[in-house]
Write a protein that binds this ligand. Structure first.
Ligand code: CAA
Length: 246
């Protein structure tokens, strides 16, 4: 069987980078789709994945047409697109009373519309070929809500509703759709949280530390395996036991 081909959106980000590496080490051809405008980060990413079957492709998941073009390009180049990991995500944290319409739109556009945009184009080929693995990177904050994150929590909770609905639609055709809900991990996104807030959050995590991006990647790799065909419509929390704190 030829190598499975995977696309990871947000592929050069904090979680996305580790997901790309993990999928490549598991024998997949990996395309990291992310904003090309981050030129320095793209160069750094390319050094990090040197020697692995990973390459960068510029794409904005918030742009429906661009997602169509990306999927068609990858299918033409590789003859298949087997695995889609939607890991592109942004925050615009602020309380609802201070939230601008642009803060809402930006987060919903990337975090939720982006999932629709990529799935809308990727799913046809997966169904035709009778195999697909879709993993949507949600968040513990989509399950619990978080102060200052009405936009982000809504998008991340919405992502899981989307996951379950699509999982039902494609369940009989060899395509699985799952979400992974990370807790607080060692990423730039979490490091941007004010230190005193972050310290309180870490104190509330039973495991007593931030998660490592590789611990999220491990879960994604597990869900995308050929052997994972009986897991679908699930939401896997990887949060250091955070639920037990409430
Ligand atoms: N719970 C309850 N009350 C809180 C609170 C909390 N978590 N945080 C602040 N408050 C209170 C404050 O004590 C303050 O009360 P008073 O008005 O009585 O003084 C009031 O709410 C306003 O607080 P701030 O002045 O701090 O409000 P702000 O606008 O300056 O800051 C914020 C709000 C930007 C949202 C800031 O609290 C913040 O950054 N919080 C962290 C949000 C967060 O956890 N984001 C996660 C990012 S990482 C991620 O999203 C990855 C993932 O998936 C896990």
């Amino acid at each position: 069987m030829s190598k499975r081909v995977a696309v990871v959106t947000g592929g050069i980000g904090g979680l996305g980078t580790e997901i790309c590496k993990s999928l490549a080490r598991a024998g997949r051809t990996v395309i990291a789709a992310d904003l090309g405008a981050r030129a320095e980060r793209v160069a750094e990413f390319q050094r990090e994945v040197d020697g692995l079957d990973v390459r960068f492709e510029a794409a904005n998941v918030g742009d429906f047409d661009a997602c169509g073009a990306l999927v068609r390009k990858l299918e033409a180049e590789h003859g298949t697109l087997d695995i889609l990991v939607n890991a592109a995500g942004i925050t615009r944290d602020t309380t609802l009373r201070k939230m601008e319409r642009t803060d809402w739109d930006a987060v919903l556009n990337i975090n939720l519309d982006g999932v629709f945009n990529m799935c809308r184009y990727a799913v046809d080929g997966m169904l035709a070929r009778g195999f697909g693995r879709i993993v949507n990177i949600s968040s513990v904050n989509g399950q619990t809500g978080q102060f200052g994150q009405t936009n982000y929590s809504a998008a991340k909770a919405g992502m899981h509703g989307f996951t379950m609905a699509l999982a039902r639609e494609v369940a009989r055709k060899g395509v699985t759709v799952n979400s992974v809900s990370p807790g607080y991990c060692e990423t730039a996104m979490v490091m941007a949280v004010p230190e005193e807030v972050r310290t309180k959050i870490i104190d509330s995590v039973p495991v007593g530390r931030l998660g490592k991006p590789s611990e999220i990647a491990r879960t994604v790799e597990f869900l995308t395996a050929d052997e994972a065909g009986f897991i679908t419509g699930a939401n896997i929390p990887v949060n250091g036991g955070l639920f037990m704190s409430f």
